[in-house]
Design a protein around this ligand. Structure first.
Ligand code: ZN
Length: 403
């Protein structure tokens, strides 16, 4: 790759995660990293972007996507499965859209044919323009469990779970996804039912931890959540039915909650858009309880991070920032919502030394806003307020990828 031109973002104000305020000053990017904040001296030949009046925040992190899915409800119709090649081309397009929407890092928690791992490599190699991808490969679920035959592979018993996790790591997974309960989108699977046993989950966590991978557990039912937390997973995804005991366990163990409020919201209101009836019914039943659980968890001090479950019906690539707005609508301050989509998300993904905050030495992943998100967090979702996205010191849309 040719040497990267230094870049200076001039005249704006940047979000300081520790003080949770905006500080006036420039941002200097050299070799893809933040090299200076405040009063900076740009090297000769540096490119400059005039950011006067703008608010610069860390590139957003979505901890739960299925980037190979478009969010088109028809994708769920049996027989609609496209060929691998066409899905790969679409995935590249979803990656560009995601980055353009201000998301500079995603964790992909399950893709058929492990397209997420190939995407991670294609972005890394500069072939496709997109966010940094931490890919889980295929999720691991019990026989007949949520996600089977789609984004997850089946395994039963501790030994099979162990082997499945090892195989995902061998295939290149940077994170592991286990299914601890049923879910909304798999026909005939009840989200209130637990899935893997505590033993199976413990075996999966042990294998992942040995390989320095974090573990995300899909967990909606109360018992499934407790099984996953007790097994030592890093994050509970969805967490629809949290009771006091589950919340206390999460606080004690430092388990994160990635609530994905956007997923049931769209499913519950998506009947006219063609979302199958069985999913709409389950989505509506889930939504109210889900929001109540999230609010109780926040109040108790459970750590949270932003994840959309992008790829579920009407939950489209590039529109990921809507989740930060929902997290704020139901209890986070605007500054805390920026952290949930920034620094806290990086902490969860163990990427805090790489991205998530505007700090010298970290990757120059930056979203430029023409409005102050601390005044109105909704500006994250207004295309007119999104002045530009920089990933690794390069403006999005400027590289295009090589294919
Ligand atoms: Zn998901």
């Amino acid at each position: 790759m040719p040497e990267q031109q230094p870049l200076v973002l001039r005249g704006g104000a940047f979000f300081e995660s520790d003080s949770r305020t905006f500080v006036r000053g420039d941002v200097l990017c050299i070799d893809g990293r933040i090299a200076g904040l405040g009063e900076v001296e740009a090297p000769e030949g540096a490119a400059a972007i005039d950011c006067a009046g703008e608010y610069l925040i860390p590139g957003l992190i979505d901890c739960h996507v299925h980037i190979s899915s478009s969010g088109d409800p028809a994708e769920l119709t049996p027989g609609q499965r496209l060929s691998l090649a066409r899905r790969a081309w679409r995935t590249a397009e979803h990656a560009r859209a995601t980055l353009a929407g201000g998301i500079t890092t995603v964790r992909d928690l399950g893709a058929a044919d492990r397209l997420n791992i190939d995407l991670a490599r294609a972005v890394e190699g500069g072939e496709v323009e997109g966010p940094r991808v931490l890919a889980a490969g295929m999720g691991v679920t019990m026989s007949g469990g949520h996600g089977h035959g789609f984004i997850a592979r089946e395994a039963d018993g501790a030994d099979e779970v162990r082997k499945a996790v090892r195989e995902e790591i061998r295939a290149g997974a940077g994170a592991i996804k286990l299914f601890a309960s049923g879910g909304v989108l798999t026909p005939g699977v009840d989200p209130r039912s637990p899935a893997f046993t505590r033993d199976e989950l413990t075996a999966g966590v042990e294998e992942a931890t040995k390989a320095f991978r974090t573990v995300a557990a899909h967990a909606q039912s109360t018992e499934g959540i407790k099984n996953a937390v007790a097994a030592g997973v890093t994050s509970i995804e969805h967490g629809v039915w949290l009771d006091e005991e589950a919340i206390a366990m999460m606080i004690e163990r430092g388990t994160y909650l990635v609530p994905t409020l956007t997923a049931p919201y769209h499913i519950a209101y998506g009947a006219e858009a063609g979302i199958p009836e069985y999913a709409v019914e389950k989505g509506q039943a889930v939504l109210e309880d889900h929001i109540a659980s999230y609010e109780r968890a926040l109040e108790a001090g459970v750590k949270v991070a932003m994840g959309t479950d992008q790829g579920t019906p009407l939950n489209r690539p590039g529109e990921n920032a809507q989740e930060a707005v929902r997290m704020a609508d139901h209890g986070l301050s605007p500054a805390a919502a920026l952290l949930a989509a920034g620094g806290w998300a990086a902490d969860l993904l163990e990427l805090a030394e790489e991205t998530g905050r505007l700090r010298v030495g970290l990757a120059a992943d930056i979203v430029r806003l023409s409005e102050d998100p601390l005044v109105d967090i909704r500006c994250l979702t207004r295309p007119a307020a999104l002045a530009g996205v920089v990933k690794g010191g390069r403006p999005a849309g400027s590289t295009g990828g090589t294919i």
